[in-house]
Every structure is written in structure tokens, then in C-alpha cells.
Write a protein that binds this ligand. Structure first.
Ligand SMILES: [Zn+2]
Length: 413
């Protein structure tokens, strides 16, 4: 259970967590992740126990809680209160600026991949530690407050509202997302009745219609391709004015840089239409490949990104066959080969030993060379056999994690 109260004027936030922890072996310590948070030491409890030592290891983003005696075995609740800053670094829980009625305003946004959920709340911030999240936000009443799941209920107390979201399925911390600001939206529905919305700045929702159309088509296509329904009750896509990457596949709440999501019939170019389509199809593929079945550890990032890159072309080719998008797939393969020709190149799968190394492998080798290898595999095995293998991989590892070797085993079978 996670509670957060962002202050959009002071650019700070306060919060509390209650994490259900299973102690499976005798220990005196709890070791988890937290970074740039000020944790209220007197609030920390594991069951009724207070820690006698609270130590931060800043370089590792690790918080160590030492207790006087060994912890009771079995499930217990770890609770603590904390404060943080809505930073301007576009990672963790941060502020983005926008204009409304001639005035500059702040919105609160999260960007957690790869290892920045720990900047928003204390947690076990690794992809294999999946948990169900029950989030509550306290925000100004007039603002739109979005998260991974739909709102369960909201209560109003004058200028402040308390929004409680439905409990999520088991998910990794890097996919948790929150967006609080002023937005308008356009809405559509998949064939199975999943509500899809594209949120934009006030006055720009028309520019979300193209992405909405591609989004709805993508969810329909992937449901069939993976033979698995979309796992959440809704999908929102949001254009964020200040955004570090192109887009981020947060479960049920995908965030985008504005140019990666918005398309204006009157002024946008043909190439921007294509890149919006590819980006939306890529992020929505992750809702299954990445979010439902998640890489065991960042070493397997290539699998996540290579697959999403490849399958986004498959999807866009079926929506817009006149684009001959596979010919452009070769352009990105070339970009990857150029990087790969440098002496400092790396294999598509890279051993990651420390959280600080992860950022370095979000490159054309992981994405585009990875995608090219997947494409070779698919043409070697045949489209139908490959698709059936992907569907059984999805069923076998749903709500869990998998390694490259696990995919190989499914393909071999
Ligand atoms: Zn991706």
C-alpha cells in the first residue's frame, strides 16, 4: 500500500508505504532500496519492532534496517513515512511545466525505468520483485490524477481530493506510474471492451486521435497474437511536456514525449505519422512482453526491447501495409550495425552487475540489432510456429519473470 501527497507549488511530496514482507530465513536485517528520500526514522516498524540501526548507502540506493533481535519468520508488515522533492531531473517523481491560461503550472509525473522507483518510495526496486500495488493519492481537487489502475473511489474535502485506485495485478516497481495535472482526452474502446484514452494538454486532444486509433488496433492485434487478453481494465496514454526518453510503457499508463504521441493532420509530417504509429505499437506490445512477462534482470533487457521493436513493425505493417514499413526496419538495423562496428561495441545480451550500469544498454544494439535477431528467428521458424511459441511463453510466465534461456526453451519446444 502506497500513499503519496504531492505539493505542486512547493515541489515536494510526502508519503507512506506498508509493504508485506515474507521473512523466510533467520535474519536481523531488512535491506531495500531508497534514494534521495528522507525517511522518518521514528515511523519505521516491522510488525511492532523498531529498527535499532537505519543506514543509507547512497551510491547503491540501498536502505538497511537493523533490528536488535532476529525477525519473526513468516509474513509481516513493514511501514514507514517519508518525504521527497518533486525534482527537475525527469526521473523518479518529478515536475513537468506547462502553460494554462497564460500561466505556468506544474504537473507531477513519474519515470521509474530502470532504477528510479526508489526515488519515489522505499521498495524492492528490481524487476523480479513483483508486488500488487494499492495506491492512494491526495491531490488538488481540480486536477486529473492518473495511475496504473482505474480509480476505485474519490472523496473530496474542499480543494483537496483523496483518490484510491483499484489494486493492481503483480507488477514490477519500474512500471508503477502517476501523472497529476490538467488534461483533456479522447477515448476509444477495444473489441473486448477495454477503455483506451489519450490525454493531452487542454486544447490539443484532437492531436491524440491518430495515436488512439493505433492504440486500439494494437491492443486488438496483440490480444490475438499472444492469445492472452489485455491484463488490465483500462489503458491510458499521456503526452508529457518534459520527458527524458521517447516513451515509457508503464502498466496501463503509458507516458510519451509530446512529439511521440501527438499528430496534427494540418501540420505534422508523414514521417511523424509513422514514428507515432511505431512508438505506440512498441509501448503497447510491452503491456504483454515486458509488463505481464517481465525480464528476470536487466541483463535480459535486449529481449524486452528487441521483441517490442520487432513486433511494433509487424503491427504497423498490418495496419498500414502501404507504408512498406519493413523496408524502413532495415534503416534501424543499419544504425545498430554502425554502433556495433565500434571497438567499444557489446553483445546484445550484457551482464549487468550494478543498478548504475543499466542505463548504458538502452541503445541501438539492444533495440535494433536485438529486433533483427528476433526477425531472423521468426523467419527461420516460420511465422505461425513463432507466434504459437510466443503465445505459450506468455501463458507460462504471466505475472512472473523470464530469462532469455526461457524463451529459447519455449521456441525449441
Ligand atoms: Zn521499449
Amino acid at each position: 500500500e502506497l500513499f503519496l501527497r504531492p505539493d505542486l507549488v512547493a515541489c515536494t511530496f510526502s508519503g507512506s508505504v506498508a509493504i508485506s514482507v515474507a521473512v523466510s530465513a533467520p535474519t536481523r536485517f531488512l535491506v531495500l532500496n531508497a534514494l534521495d528520500l528522507s525517511v522518518n526514522r521514528t515511523s519505521i516498524r516491522f510488525q511492532a519492532l523498531e529498527p535499532t540501526e537505519v543506514v543509507f548507502f547512497k551510491d547503491d540506493g540501498v536502505l538497511v534496517l537493523g533490528f536488535a533481535k532476529q525477525l519473526p519468520l513468516g509474513e509481516g508488515l513493514l511501514k514507514m513515512d517519508f518525504n521527497g522533492i518533486l525534482n527537475d531531473q525527469m526521473r523518479g517523481f518529478y515536475r513537468s511545466k506547462y502553460q494554462y491560461k497564460g500561466k505556468e503550472r506544474n504537473m507531477a509525473v513519474t519515470q521509474f525505468e530502470s532504477v528510479d522507483a526508489r526515488r519515489c518510495f522505499p521498495c524492492w526496486d528490481e524487476p523480479a520483485f513483483k508486488a500488487k500495488f494499492k495506491l492512494t493519492l491526495e491531490v488538488p481537487s481540480e486536477l486529473v490524477a492518473l495511475s496504473n489502475m482505474p480509480v476505485g473511489n474519490a472523496t473530496f474535502a474542499g480543494p483537496i481530493k483523496t483518490v484510491r485506485y483499484l489494486e493492481s495485478p503483480p507488477m514490477s516497481t519500474y512500471l508503477v506510474a502517476i501523472v497529476v495535472g490538467l488534461f483533456e482526452y479522447v477515448e476509444g474502446m477495444t473489441t473486448k471492451g477495454t477503455r483506451v484514452r489519450v490525454y493531452t494538454q487542454i486544447g490539443k486532444s484532437n492531436q491524440g486521435k491518430f495515436a488512439l486509433d493505433v492504440g486500439v488496433k494494437s491492443l486488438n492485434l496483440y490480444k490475438d497474437y499472444f492469445d492472452t487478453p489485455f491484463p488490465l481494465p483500462k489503458l491510458d496514454m499521456v503526452a508529457i511536456p518534459d520527458f527524458a526518453a521517447g516513451a515509457m510503457e508503464n502498466y496501463g499508463l503509458v507516458t510519451y514525449r509530446e512529439v511521440a504521441l501527438l499528430f496534427d493532420d494540418k501540420s505534422s509530417s508523414a514521417s511523424s505519422r509513422q514514428s507515432v504509429a511505431i512508438t505506440v505499437a512498441h509501448e503497447l506490445a510491452h503491456q504483454w512482453f515486458g509488463n505481464l512477462v517481465t525480464m528476470e534482470w536487466w541483463t535480459h533487457l535486449w529481449l524486452n526491447e528487441g521483441f517490442a521493436t520487432w513486433v511494433s513493425h509487424l503491427a504497423v505493417d498490418s495496419f498500414f501495409p502501404q507504408w512498406n514499413i519493413w523496408t524502413q526496419f532495415l534503416d534501424s538495423t543499419t544504425t545498430a550495425l554502425r554502433l556495433d562496428s565500434l571497438e567499444a561495441s557489446h553483445p546484445i545480451e550484457v551482464e549487468i552487475h550494478h543498478a548504475s550500469e543499466v542505463d548504458q544498454i538502452f541503445d541501438a544494439i539492444s533495440y535494433d540489432k536485438g529486433a533483427s535477431v528476433i526477425r531472423m528467428l521468426q523467419s527461420y521458424l516460420g511465422a505461425e510456429r513463432f507466434q504459437k511459441a510466443m503465445a505459450s511463453y506468455m501463458k507460462k510466465y504471466a505475472y512472473s519473470n523470464a530469462k532469455t534461456e526461457d524463451l529459447w526453451a519455449v521456441l525449441e519446444k
